[in-house]
Every structure is written in structure tokens, then in C-alpha cells.
Ligand binder design. Structure first.
Ligand code: ATP
Length: 244
């Protein structure tokens, strides 16, 4: 089983503590919602897992289920991150970008038995022929988000991180992408951050709170219940009181 393990993680920016001895193990087969107040450190956690920024201390381990067990020095390709603001090359068309993406990831796509037909990617992203031939800089934010998500999902990475992924897409696209995220849990450890409680309740199997600089799963309540929602709000409100 693929796993993402966070052990005794510490991170501060100057004197601002973001994580203080945070621990949590995420496993394949569940969609995890990461909930926390603005500025609590959700993006910082994802960026540490994706190795964009270093932790101060502690360990982040990935078990890619390849027989080697949990690794601190996991390869970068083990983690895919879908950013709130997509990182795509502005001066390529959607079709050119997808072809380029397939070319540079051909070995990996073969290994995970994914299509290498550019049209399949474009169809999944819901892009018409006219849109596919537009420059990415001229895409709407929602179109860029959807394309970014499709290429990340196609790689079937051991760990898939989605940073507030569905905030800019239309209702139909959001519905399709929710389904894609849920399907990904069969192959990957899936963690997504969101401020939308309804979304967390709709697609998550577990909710992890970033609360008082630690990671804590909210257990013992039906995720779909009002009591669950109340408990999330109460914990996160409690944090503000504690910080004051
Ligand atoms: N490079 C940096 N240098 C200094 N402070 C930073 C840096 N990156 C993030 N921070 C601070 O760390 C805190 C956590 O930021 P982060 O973006 O991880 O929060 P978040 O939970 O993702 O927030 P939101 O829900 O608003 O997107 C914030 O106070 C932010 O200002």
C-alpha cells in the first residue's frame, strides 16, 4: 500500500511557527481533506512534501509500494502537486503542451498503463479543438486548472496533492473533477486542501485538521453530519482563541 508519512515535522518562518511536532500517516485508498484556517500552513505542508521548500526538522516519507518501504529520499516524480494557480507554459497551445508532456513522461505513462494519445487528455480536460489550439496564456483560469489536473492525474503518482483545486472551475467541470479525484484513490495517496466544507463532506473519506501547528484527524463522527461540521468549526475557532 502506498503511504505518505509525516513524522515530528517542524517548520517556522522567522519567528512564526507553522508546524510544531506534526505527525500523520496518509494511506492509499482514501481521499483526505486537509482543512485549516487561512494561513495555517496547508500550502506550506504541500510545498514541503513536494520539496519546493525544506522542513526545519522531522521527516516526510513516501512509500511508493515498490518493495523499498518508506523513503525519505523519494524521487520527485513520486509526488504530483496541483496548484491553486496552475503552472503552465504561457506560449504553448493546449495541444502542444499535452504532446510535450506525453513526450517527456512517456516512460512513466507506459509504466502506469496510461494512454499516450494527446486527444484522450484533451477530451478529459473538456477542451474543444478550437480551445486546444489556443495559447495557454489565453485560457481562462478554470480551463488551465482542469488541464493541469488532468495531466497530473494521468501520471498516477504515488502521492497526489491538490491545493484548493476546484475553486475556479464551473459546476459541470467540478462534478467531473470530483469524480476523477475519487477514482484516483485506488492508485494514489490523495490529499486535497479546501475551505469548502460541503466539498470535503462530499468526496473525503477522512478529514485532517491543521490545527494548533499539528495534524489531527477528526474521528468518531459521521463525516456527512451536522455534528461533524460543528466539530470542525469548533476546533478551528478554538485555535484562534488559543493564539490570541
Ligand atoms: N516563504 C514564506 N516566507 C515567510 N512566510 C511565509 C512563507 N510562505 C508562507 N508563509 C506564511 O506561512 C503561513 C502559512 O501560509 P500557507 O500559505 O501555508 O497557509 P494556507 O493554510 O495554505 O493558507 P490559505 O488557506 O489562506 O491558502 C502564512 O502566515 C504565510 O504568510
Amino acid at each position: 500500500m502506498k503511504q505518505l508519512q509525516i513524522h515530528s515535522l517542524n517548520k517556522s518562518f522567522d519567528k512564526q511557527v507553522i508546524f510544531n511536532d506534526a505527525n500523520y500517516d496518509f494511506v492509499q485508498g482514501k481521499v483526505y481533506g486537509l482543512l485549516g484556517r487561512n494561513g495555517s500552513g496547508k500550502s506550506t505542508l504541500f510545498n514541503m512534501i513536494a520539496r519546493n521548500i525544506p522542513a526545519d526538522s522531522g521527516e516526510i516519507l513516501v512509500d511508493a509500494d515498490d518493495g523499498q518501504g518508506p523513503q525519505v529520499n523519494y524521487p520527485d516524480i513520486d509526488v504530483s502537486m496541483v496548484y491553486t494557480q496552475p503552472h503552465l507554459p504561457a506560449f504553448m497551445t493546449g495541444a502542444e503542451f499535452v504532446k510535450f508532456f506525453i513526450e517527456i513522461n512517456s516512460r512513466r505513462l507506459t509504466a502506469v498503463h496510461t494512454s499516450q494519445n494527446a486527444q484522450d487528455f484533451l477530451d478529459l480536460a473538456g477542451l474543444s479543438e478550437a480551445d486546444s489550439n489556443k495559447l495557454l496564456r489565453d485560457y481562462s483560469e478554470g480551463m488551465r486548472n482542469k488541464l493541469q489536473m488532468v495531466v497530473s492525474l494521468m501520471l498516477k503518482p504515488p502521492v497526489l496533492l491538490l491545493d484548493e483545486p476546484l475553486t475556479t472551475v464551473d459546476v459541470v467541470a467540478a462534478h467531473e473533477m470530483q469524480q476523477m479525484i475519487v477514482n484516483m484513490k485506488a492508485d494514489s495517496v490523495v490529499v486535497f486542501s479546501t475551505h469548502i466544507m460541503q466539498l470535503a463532506q462530499d468526496i473525503c473519506d477522512a478529514v485532517v485538521l491543521l490545527h494548533n501547528h499539528q495534524l489531527e484527524e477528526l474521528t468518531g463522527l459521521d463525516i456527512h453530519s451536522q455534528a461533524f461540521e460543528d466539530a470542525v468549526i469548533s476546533r478551528l475557532t478554538d485555535e484562534v482563541t488559543t493564539n490570541e
